[in-house]
Design a protein around this ligand. Structure first.
Ligand code: 5GP
Ligand code: MN
Length: 328
């Protein structure tokens, strides 16, 4: 990472008299991990001399993440405060801030730290590193290692573990592993964090996963796998969006598949699309085309129309990319 930019970011954070931190809607592991890590880092015990306000805004976080320090301090409603500095973490575009966008609009200076290749550079200062495995990895590079306590290390480790699919996605580098090692040295209970926040599923989540796998279809000569879940089915199981985490990743590891799509009906004629690729297909490009974003191998968007149209439109893009790569 560019040393000058890193120093500039540190200075911006150091000199702010009040700070609001926020992440993206439907926060995932890296989003929650990075937001809580920075919050804890800036407000840790022993820093009582630091009397400035630091507030953290996030939507409701998944139950599994609530053991992380600071999660009981999260604000869900925007306060009517004009902060000195707004920091968006793991957030690729302004609309992804959801209800917290007005907080940013009302803030003097703005900063974004993120690793989405689709990032729209919506803040005055931004540190975007698409080569980083996670926002937590970038944050580690900015933080002073000696000032990272065990609780902050847990947040960073969780975020890195989640965004790398437990250190297996192609975004995992030697540096990622070195950072994870440095965090383990802080006493992070890594086995427990990985098991309890990544692999462990509730009975209901397993049932939904089973159902989505059962109803999936293979298309484009077995290069693409698609599954969808209706609102009625989600209601039947009493499932929230986070209960579907991991489903599209399981679809992706179907042998022979280049891309996997999971389509969740949000409203009538409105669908949330999650895409994964095994390398050839750039799903970020497709997601951006339809107004969303993400990474080359993991991206999402919201689409309107009939389910049939949504699938067809997505497959047209995937097919043309596969054809260009002479895969179909
Ligand atoms: P997931 O499929 O797990 O929801 O998301 C995969 C990746 O794409 C994540 O990095 C997520 O932040 C990004 N992503 C998902 N949906 C959207 C969207 O609607 N807009 C943007 N900009 N990014 C998205
Ligand atoms: Mn991330």
């Amino acid at each position: 990472m560019e040393a000058l930019l890193k120093e500039k970011i540190r200075k911006v954070i150091r000199e702010a008299s009040s700070i609001a931190i926020a992440g993206h809607v439907r926060p995932d592991g890296d989003c929650v991990g990075s937001c809580l890590a920075l919050y804890n880092y800036l407000t840790a015990a022993g820093r009582e001399e630091d009397l400035r306000t630091v507030d953290l805004y996030l939507e409701d976080i998944p139950e599994d993440f609530r053991f992380l320090m600071g999660s009981d301090q999260i604000l869900h409603q925007p306060k009517d405060v004009r902060y000195d500095l707004f920091i968006a973490l793991d957030c690729g575009s302004a609309d992804r801030l959801g209800a917290f966008l007005p907080v940013m609009r009302n803030t003097k200076s703005t900063l974004c730290i993120d690793h989405h290749v689709s990032n729209t550079h919506f803040t005055a200062v931004s540190l975007i590193d698409p080569g980083a495995s996670s926002t937590c990895e970038i944050l580690f590079e900015i933080m002073d290692y000696d000032r990272i306590d065990q609780k902050t290390a847990e947040c960073l480790y969780l975020g890195i573990a989640h965004d790398t699919g437990v250190f297996k996605h192609s975004c995992t580098t030697r540096r990622t592993m070195e950072i994870a090692g440095a965090l383990i040295e802080k006493g992070v209970p890594f086995s427990r964090i990985i098991d309890e926040t990544f692999y462990q599923k509730t009975y209901l989540q397993n049932q939904i996963m089973g159902r989505c796998l059962l109803e999936s279809i293979m298309v484009l000569n077995g290069k693409v796998i698609v599954s969808s879940i209706s609102r009625k089915t989600q209601e039947f199981y009493g499932a929230c969006p986070a209960d579907l985490d991991g489903v599209v990743d399981q679809l992706r590891v179907t042998r022979g598949v280049e891309a996997a799509i999971l389509i969740r009906e949000e409203e009538t004629q409105t669908y949330k699309v999650s895409m994964r690729s095994n390398g050839i297909v750039n799903v970020s490009r497709i997601a951006v085309y339809f107004g969303g974003g993400g990474h080359v191998q993991a991206a999402g968007c919201t689409m309107e129309g009939s389910l049939y149209d949504v699938i067809n439109n997505l497959l047209l893009h995937i097919e043309s990319q596969l054809k260009a790569a002479e895969q179909v």
